[in-house]
Design a protein around this ligand. Sequence first.
Ligand code: ACO
Length: 372
Amino acid sequence: MTTPAYSPGLEGVVAGETAVCTVEGGLSYRGYAVGDLAEHCSFDEVAFLLLHGELPGAARLKEFNTGVAAARRLPPPLKELLAALPKWTTPLDALRTAVSALGHFDQDAADNSHDANLRKSERLLAQIPVAIADHYRLVKGLPQVLARQDLSHAANFLYMLRGAEASPEEVKALDVSLILYAEHEFNASTFAARVIVSTLSDLHSGVTGAIGALKGPLHGGANEKVMDILLAAGGKDGAEEWTRAALARKERIMGFGHRVYKTGDVRAGILKAHARAAAEAAGDATWEDTADVIERVMAAEKNMYPNLDWPAGRLYHAMKLEIPLFTPIFAMARIAGWSAHIMEQLENNRLIRPRALYKGPDRRTVKPIAER
Ligand code: ACO
């Protein structure tokens, strides 16, 4: 048996084929540049594109939105389960549990056909924001807010969370962030989902595993850590000194660096303008000014550039969303990409089972227990 080539962290390894998205020549979803989508489409249209392969016309979009909006509710026992979770359960952990539990209630749970997976994907797209908002309000002791069927994915989420409609500017900024978060090729959480369903497991199991992978601070969890960095830097005046000292201590500046993008992440550039506009609308650009200083130091000292989490963390903070909601919001968008990849994997499946380079002891024999 020949020893396969080894690349730590699978860096540079092509681990499968996809028609959903590419990072080659600039990030695009199903052939459309992400900047083009962010400028001309809503998240709802982009979710349709990812799930169905084409952008919808007006009538098809209306039909899709009506179906998704009608599914914006949780089975009553799931609300009881969310209420029974310990009060210290983080919103992302609660969401992971909710998605796992939703599998029990889905009539298509065990059906892995394309049509059934499409129905489950659209239901999860609808249910995930409801689960996040319901858990948030339960923990705060606030009355539940029923979903609105006339609002978009982004607008309905803000409405359910706050109990009041958000401004068009806030809805637009959140919507753009959701488009940018919706899909990203073989990132860790999507790859985890594909590995899970490659065993012919089900879609809810794949998404539950993906949420677990998203949680870590090297992946989606970074958007929550961004505010820790900015708060620790303390403002623009001390930011340069703080960043240099953190780098000297070999600390990671969360929101910077990327496995694939070494000269910058186009998504970060697009969302930066929205983060500053939201901060200025809220009357406090402190963290935008601080971020600019940190960006300059990171480019000069490490030749390292922001990823999408860097402006997203600031945008959500400027919108007065609480930090533990940031990664669940990422999940609320990435569900579109996860589902598209799960369906694609199952359409041309082969079990994902790589090899390991063995580093353990040489072959030895078992001694009787009295001699060990
Ligand atoms: N700040 C400071 N140094 C960094 C950073 C950072 N953000 N990222 C990487 N480095 C350094 C590492 O310490 C390492 O240095 P060394 O060679 O002296 O040990 C070197 O750069 C290479 O780091 P790796 O972790 O091997 O690079 P990799 O390609 O595996 O990592 C990753 C990519 C995980 C994103 C990394 O850049 C990181 O940890 N960034 C911070 C977390 C973050 O923002 N994650 C979000 C990813 S994007 C997303 O989910 C939307």
